[in-house]
Write a new protein. Structure first.
Length: 367
């Protein structure tokens, strides 16, 4: 009883029990508050670490220039010893270091990189490299609106840069904005008619806009520029297949398979050709090979309402889904394999394949 106040000596056992329970609840609240505060402080320290490291590196790089400036008072100002600006922007050296830090962080920590790119574009609003980096980083982070604005700003700053135009077209294609992709790629071709990437991009966008006949001249020009380019041969085969010119499509696809024998994408399109030719056994064999092979990713991610099956298929990627290209390709191969099995009378195996597909790709929905 000595742990109670003297005034508690007359409490009944029930009242004493209630008082003890109240003390315990209060102690738990205090412990919970202390733990929450510790977690918040730890998270804040972890998030601040990249910025502390960046500030430390900037200070180290600026120190030798400052010392050199002190030794040579008559030397013209350089980015290292320039006086602080008063117009709200950072000195050139600081902004450049900020941009370098953003580029270094973009591969490992996109969220931190995006924050650094925002600061870089604010510090250097006329630097197209900052806007282009922010656009690519925002696209990877799934911020389509910011990516679109940043690409547009980069194009405005360097309207004759073919690489920027092609990158913008690739982003538009990944967002299923095929009209914008065609527009940017065609401008790139106007600037440089020998740009292979621009030719392939405009052909791909036209193909997915159901304008296969317009894609053909660009593909023929691409093959003039690079006769042994497997991507150009594959796109030509896909285009001819979409136009139901099966014999010509076969020639292009066999050449693409010869140039890239491990390309799962090529085998997928070739399997569709074999199925249309009434050769389901060969189609099944090609699809089985495709599932065991790796694929070089030569296209942007397919995000939005794009059919998984090359012929419309039984499933589709829902709008807003963010499947990576490898997962999308694997799903397409497995779906085609199920359709071939069903066409050859192997319904049980087809159903098993579809169940496996839906289990491994829960983002897919019945079309």
């Amino acid at each position: 009883m000595d742990r109670h106040d003297p005034e508690d000596l007359d409490l009944t056992p029930a009242e004493e029990a209630r008082r003890e329970a109240q003390r315990r609840r209060q102690a738990r609240k205090v412990r919970r508050a202390v733990f929450t505060t510790a977690v918040v402080v730890l998270v804040a320290l972890l998030l601040a670490r990249p910025f502390r490291n960046m500030a430390r590196n900037m200070a180290r790089s600026a120190k030798p220039d400052a010392e050199a400036g002190a030794e040579s008072p008559g030397r013209p100002p350089t980015p290292g010893n320039a006086a602080p600006t008063t117009d709200g922007t950072a000195p050139a050296s600081d902004a450049t270091l900020l941009l370098d830090a953003a580029e270094d962080a973009s591969a490992k920590t996109p969220t931190v990189a995006l924050a650094l790119y925002r600061r870089a574009t604010a510090a250097m609003p006329d630097d197209p490299r900052a806007w282009l980096g922010q656009a690519k980083c925002a696209a990877r982070a799934g911020d389509g609106k910011l990516a679109h604005r940043s690409f547009a700003m980069a194009v405005e700053l360097v309207p004759e840069d073919v690489a920027v135009r092609v990158a913008y077209a690739g982003f538009a294609w990944s967002q299923t904005d095929f009209g914008l992709a065609v527009e940017q790629a065609q401008v790139a071709i106007t600037l440089d008619a020998a740009s292979l990437e621009a030719r392939l991009m405009v052909a791909r966008a036209l193909l997915h806009s159901q304008r296969a006949s317009e894609a053909l001249p660009h593909l023929h020009k691409a093959l003039e520029l690079a006769p042994d380019n497997s991507r150009a041969q594959l796109l030509l085969g896909q285009t001819l297949l979409g136009m139901n010119r099966l014999e010509e499509a076969q020639t292009a696809l066999l050449r693409a398979a010869e140039l890239a024998p491990t390309s799962a994408r090529t085998k997928l399109v070739l399997a569709e050709l074999r199925r249309r030719q009434g050769r389901p056994a060969e189609a099944a064999e090609l699809l089985a090979q495709a599932r065991t092979q790796t694929e070089e990713q030569d296209e942007p991610p397919r995000v939005g309402q794009i059919a998984v099956g090359s012929s419309g298929g039984l499933a589709a990627i829902p709008s807003g889904a963010r499947l990576d290209p490898a997962a999308t390709l694997a799903a397409r191969i497995q779906l085609e394999q199920a359709e071939v099995l069903a066409a050859t009378g192997k319904q049980a195996k087809a159903i098993d394949s579809l169940r496996e597909l839906l289990a491994s790709h829960p983002d897919l929905v019945q079309a």
